[in-house]
Design a protein around this ligand. Structure first.
Ligand SMILES: *Cc1c(COP(=O)(O)O)cnc(C)c1O
Length: 410
């Protein structure tokens, strides 16, 4: 698959038609792509008992969660609210891995009540959990293996200065708390970052987990987290998922032999499952030539897709209204009153006012990170499934913006 080709249609449904029917800006997802990504992961890890816990924070729409379930996936949730959304989508509590960071014991108790697997990420919360539940509720422990991984500083979460997980150097302390409350630790977990490229990082993390795991006799699974890198632009190196699957599975099976029991291998892919499935369709409001740069101003911005400004993320942009136009170089900018550059110095098929542009890789961390900044409405979402484009979230309306304001009589 080339990351560069102009995506004129999804499953035979033209993106221009979708823009006309549902209006812009609109997020569009290719359901087939989502299903295929899950099948690809299953294939890559076919040698081990695998559970795919889709990281719902990437894209939380309930219809998407149902699609993931249909494809045989389960879910990873990072908040009480995400757990509840998963239940709405038809998952049972036991299908949900709950991996919060820095939440209160009250929230954790509520999620225990919903039946999710709890993943603990500090000694303090481990201690409180032990005091409250003893050996009655099995838990998973999130280990920070102290390895540097991931595409950039904001998405690297497994290094020594990261807030996530319990340091592997505090293993003795963990064991002491676990023993004191006779806690039943059925899983060990790590998630070291996003945009991880090669098997080495997963193996390095794996080795840390394997060593620690020998100290926990009740294990049922090891969770390697998410972070598989996907393609953003032509020539991008992406995770060779088959190679990662093979090498990690081999190491895992070897470990299970040593451990003396067959365990499950869990993964928590977010981006890998949904990133490439998504397009944000926007309209060119203005083409503005300046002495140096030609700007294309679109009817969206960092309020709808924050990744370019937050992570310097690259998103391919294509003119679906003029797919055979002669490419010119543009800065594509949003309408937010803030520096709001979606792409700079980008070659795009000639853009005319009113053209529909497709912003690629918009499935993951797109609408789930969207806001109402500048009092703009959040876009609609459309799923293309079985050759049909269907609305899965209505565009916000003005009333949605002020619904919760308490207007004083002054
Ligand atoms: C965000 C997150 C993931 C998913 O990361 P991707 O880079 O989208 O694959 C998985 N596990 C945990 C605990 C996370 O916080």
């Amino acid at each position: 698959m080339s990351a560069s080709h102009n995506p004129i249609s999804i499953q035979g449904v033209s993106l221009e038609t979708i823009a006309k029917e549902f209006g812009t800006p609109v997020y569009v997802y290719d359901g087939e792509k989502i299903t295929n990504q899950i099948l690809t992961l299953k294939k890559a890890f076919e040698k081990v008992p695998l559970k795919i816990k889709y990281a719902t924070k990437a894209l939380t729409n309930i219809s998407i969660l149902k699609l993931v379930k249909r494809a045989g996936g389960e879910v990873d949730a990072v908040s009480l609210e995400e757990v509840k959304i998963c239940l709405e989508a038809g998952y049972e509590g036991k299908d949900v891995m709950y991996t919060p960071s820095g939440v209160s014991m009250d929230e954790i108790k509520e999620v225990v009540g919903l039946g999710a697997m709890i993943n603990l990420d500090s000694i303090s919360i481990l201690e409180q959990f032990g005091q409250t539940f003893g050996d009655s509720i099995p838990v998973c422990i999130r280990i920070n293996p102290h390895i540097m991984a991931g595409g950039n500083a904001k998405i690297s979460v497994g290094h020594i200065a990261s807030k996530f997980g319990i340091s592997i150097q505090q293993l003795d302390e963990i064991l002491e708390v676990v023993a004191r409350y006779q806690m039943k630790v059925t899983g060990l977990h790590l998630h070291t970052g996003s945009d991880i490229l090669d098997a080495e990082v997963f193996l390095k993390g794996g080795n840390v987990l394997f060593d620690a795991a020998m100290k926990f006799p009740d294990l049922k699974f090891l969770d390697f987290g998410g972070g598989f890198k996907v393609g953003y632009k032509e020539g991008d190196v992406v995770t060779d998922i088959m190679a990662v699957g093979n090498r990690v599975s081999e190491a895992f099976l070897e470990f299970c032999e040593k451990y003396g029991r067959d365990l499950e291998l869990w993964l928590e892919p977010g981006k890998f499952v949904v990133s490439e499935s998504g397009y944000l369709l926007v309209e060119a409001n203005v083409v503005k030539k300046t002495p140096q740069i030609t700007f294309v101003g679109v009817n969206s911005g960092l309020n709808h897709l924050i990744r370019p400004m937050m992570y310097d993320a690259y998103h391919g942009i294509y003119n679906v209204s003029n797919p055979y136009g002669k490419p010119a170089t543009y800065n594509v900018v949003g309408y937010i009153c803030e520096t709001d550059t979606i792409a700079a110095g980008r070659a795009i098929e000639e853009v005319r006012r009113g053209d529909i542009l497709a912003i690629k890789n918009a499935g993951a961390y797109g609408i789930s990170m969207a806001s109402n900044y500048n009092s703009r409405l959040r876009p609609a979402e459309v799923l293309v499934w079985e050759g049909k484009a269907q609305l899965i979230r209505k565009r916000e309306e003005f009333q949605d913006l002020i619904r919760n304001q308490v207007i004083l009589d002054i």
